[in-house]
Write a protein that binds this ligand. Structure first.
Ligand code: ADP
Ligand code: MG
Length: 263
């Protein structure tokens, strides 16, 4: 087993944020980008060959950061790292109450963030298995999630809010299919669907940020469905797309579910 110092100097070569050749106090401050535990998880991913290097952050949010990284072939991967801070805990708490997957851990902040990371991984997996456009999940451990990078070596695909859409109605219909098939096939409701969580890749829109997605069996799932539809309709109406009535979309999602249960 390598010592922490050995691990740190190994990591310094592979993580851009640590490449400062600093020592002592300075190093400690720099190292705060990743706490010790997170650094150990990333080290494991590297020694397991899942990632090779971590480059620049594509996003620094309140709950965590997303990094552009590369695997051993030099191909892009996304590394999403959740902060285990109180504020993250507070924001996520409202999604976690009433979810049986989090039973018995609401008092343990760290455990809950780990469970959240696992939940995002599993949700991505369910969407992917239903052939819906999300980043393919690759691995997770503790507060770190590795997934397919949407974009290329030059950078991440833009959020849909920053894109001038060629055919807004076509893109709108793709997102409505994501909502409807997400409910019917993946049996999930995203719950935070907006122009911020849709990236526009070369192959079309890709839905990200699936940590809060809920199984359609949860109380409140229909309410989340309604909210997702309202958000998507609002955005695409402004873009000039031909909008479908929310009731129609709801019906399409819910009807199929009843049919499925009968067969
Ligand atoms: N798989 C990915 N590929 C490329 N960029 C990503 C990926 N996941 C996230 N991002 C970028 O990071 C930002 C934040 O990610 P997101 O999952 O929405 O986390 P949060 O909104 O909770 O901070 C996104 O808006 C996007 O720009
Ligand atoms: Mg987001």
């Amino acid at each position: 087993m390598a010592s922490y110092d050995e691990i740190y100097s190994y990591m310094e070569k592979r993580v851009d944020a640590l490449k400062t050749n600093k020592t002592g106090d300075e190093r400690q401050t720099e190292g705060e980008v990743f706490d010790k535990r997170t650094l150990m998880v990333l080290y494991e991913f590297m020694t397991d060959g899942i990632i090779d290097t971590i480059h620049y952050p594509v996003s620094t949010g309140k709950e965590g950061n997303v990094f552009y990284a590369e695997d051993s072939d030099g191909d892009p991967v996304a590394v999403k790292i959740f902060r285990t801070s109180t504020s993250t805990f507070k924001r996520l708490a409202k999604y976690i109450e009433g979810d049986p997957r989090f039973k018995g851990m609401t008092g343990n902040r760290t455990k809950m963030i780990y469970a959240w990371t696992q939940k995002e991984y599993k949700n991505l997996y369910r969407y992917m298995n239903a052939d819906l456009p999300v980043p393919a999940p690759i691995a997770y451990e503790k507060n770190c999630l590795i997934e397919e990078f949407i974009g290329d070596k030059t950078g991440p695909a833009p959020q849909i809010k920053d894109v001038e859409l060629e055919d807004p109605t076509e893109t709108y219909e793709e997102i409505i299919s994501f909502i409807v098939d997400g409910w019917r096939e993946a049996r999930l409701v995203h719950g935070d669907l907006s122009e911020y969580n849709i990236l526009m890749s070369d192959e079309g829109p890709v839905v990200i940020d699936c940590g809060q997605a809920m199984d359609i069996g949860f109380p409140g799932a229909a309410e989340l469905l309604e909210r997702d539809i309202a958000n998507v309709n609002r955005f695409f109406r402004l873009r000039g797309a031909k909008i479908i009535e929310p009731e129609k979309i709801m019906k399409k999602a819910l009807n199929k579910k009843i049919k499925k249960e009968r067969t």
